[in-house]
Write a protein that binds this ligand. Structure first.
Ligand SMILES: [Zn+2]
Length: 464
């Protein structure tokens, strides 16, 4: 039933074309100005600056951002609703990793990295390599018997591979390890980065391959002591989605969303104040375009950067019945990358990568591409991988689409030719770091994406 309704809604819009069978309506894209969007961008940056430099989930910077959106919505005549949820929270406050014989201070980020949900502690103890090297059938901590003879209180040195980091760390702790160091497998650059998923009571760090191999070899000759120190906070925190609707007919709902939280330690102006600001500007002007045929629901998602928590919560809370009333879900994440591309999610899966797309996603891609073509603007397909707030909707079988201009991947020669910018450089070199400020945003790219958001949303909400 839902599938039929949803696909029909998209198909009608695509096939039916014009919305202006009656009196002509103002064009939403023409009402939303670059200045509208920019004002919100600056406001979000100010909020980050006044609250410790970020708008990350579970921090005051996020909560004040949510209040900002709510107030603007109220002023525009909406009745915003705040949907709260809990999410697991972990953050490293400080860490160190030192070799003591001979003395050596390993560098955070290149030699080692703390695994997510590591416990806190300050451990100085001998290293004990566990089933290392694990090449040739070893499991290095994936099985309890790997720890036979392990000295209680030692630091377990394990090689990556064979099972989850958590599985290795849990077994090491059961064997009496005071801390865990997991080093990288053959051919892998840099330290192991990852997470043990849920809080553990002992420090767990990832090390670069050369660091782990050298420690294992040294420990084979004579006792080697190391110091592992991690200070982290973990627990659960409160997150929020801000939702608002403009009523249309009784048919299925068109959802449009953007995440409002930033990565920790970043003001997150491109990622994703850009999407949140454009969405807010569109919502503010949507009241000026006359009656809608379909209800539009706006969503500013919380806690995207820590696992799509807000959108996941929303989809889970809807239940099967309410899910059927959503025709499609649009997502807008990073709309002005400084070395970006005008990216449309690859709903027809023509790139041949990513997760299967719910039926109807191809039609949404086509709407965005038609819009850009009508403005003689180049557009590129972006992998349909669900790694933003459209992921939970894909899992629920709801058609999705949207825009994104590139993260920390590097621009290809073909992309540089089509969009300008520098080949071989990241789309956004300030991705998830403190320099993601207003100056980091490509204004023209953001402006063209805000127009596309407005035009496609209006078409979906008003077409017969
Ligand atoms: Zn993002």
């Amino acid at each position: 039933m839902r599938k039929l309704v949803a696909v029909a809604a998209v198909a009608l819009v695509v096939l039916g074309g014009s919305a202006s069978a009656g009196s002509p309506r103002p064009e939403l894209a023409g009402l939303v100005t670059a200045d509208d969007v920019r004002r919100h961008l600056i406001a979000f940056q100010d909020i980050a600056e006044r609250h410790g430099g970020s708008r990350a989930a579970g921090t005051p910077g996020f909560e004040v951002s949510a209040v900002y959106v709510e107030r603007r919505l109220l002023a525009a005549g909406y009745t915003p609703r705040v949907e709260r949820f809990r999410f697991p929270y972990w953050r490293e406050k400080a860490s160190a990793f030192l070799g003591l014989e001979p003395e050596r201070r390993y560098a955070r980020g290149t030699d080692y990295a703390t695994l997510g949900y590591s416990g806190s502690g300050d451990v100085t103890a001998e290293v004990e390599a566990v089933d290392v090297p694990a090449e040739g059938g070893g499991s290095s901590g994936c099985q309890m018997r790997d720890f036979t003879g392990f000295a209680v209180g030692a630091v377990a040195l394990l090689q990556r591979g064979g099972c989850l980091f958590r599985a290795k760390a849990v077994r090491a702790r059961r064997a009496g390890a005071s801390a865990v160091v997991v080093f990288n497998g053959p051919g892998r650059e840099g330290p192991v980065r990852g997470t043990v998923g849920r809080p553990l009571p002992i420090p767990v760090i990832g090390a670069a391959r050369e660091v782990g191999v050298a420690l294992a070899e040294a420990a084979r000759r004579s006792p080697v002591r190391v110091r592992v120190r991690v200070k982290a906070v973990s627990g659960t925190r409160s997150g929020a989605n801000v939702l608002a609707e403009r009523q249309g007919g009784s048919g299925p709902v068109i959802l449009a969303g953007a995440h409002l939280d930033s990565a920790p330690g970043s003001p997150g102006v491109n990622d994703n104040a850009s999407g949140a600001a454009a969405l807010l500007a569109v919502a503010q002007r949507l009241t000026a375009v006359g009656p809608l045929r379909r209800t539009v629901r706006f969503a500013w998602w919380g806690a995207e950067e820590v696992g799509l928590r807000g959108s996941r919560h929303h989809v889970a809370e809807l239940g099967a019945q309410a899910r059927r009333t959503i025709a499609l879900s649009l997502n807008f994440d990073m709309l002005g990358s400084p070395n970006g591309v005008r990216g449309v999610y690859d709903g027809d899966r023509s790139l041949g990568v990513g997760t299967p797309a719910p039926e109807g996603s191809a039609a949404i891609e086509r709407l965005f591409r038609e819009h850009f073509a009508s403005r003689h603007l180049p557009a590129a397909e972006q992998p349909f991988d669900g790694r933003s707030d459209y992921g939970p909707f894909i899992e629920a079988g709801i058609p999705v689409g949207g825009l994104t201009t590139g993260t920390d991947g590097s621009k290809s020669k073909a992309e540089a030719k089509a969009f300008g910018g520098t080949a071989g450089e990241p789309f956004d070199s300030c991705y998830h770091v403190p320099c993601d400020r207003v100056e980091n945003v490509d204004r023209a790219l953001l402006d063209s994406n805000a127009d596309a958001m407005a035009a496609v949303l209006q078409r979906l909400a008003t077409a017969r």
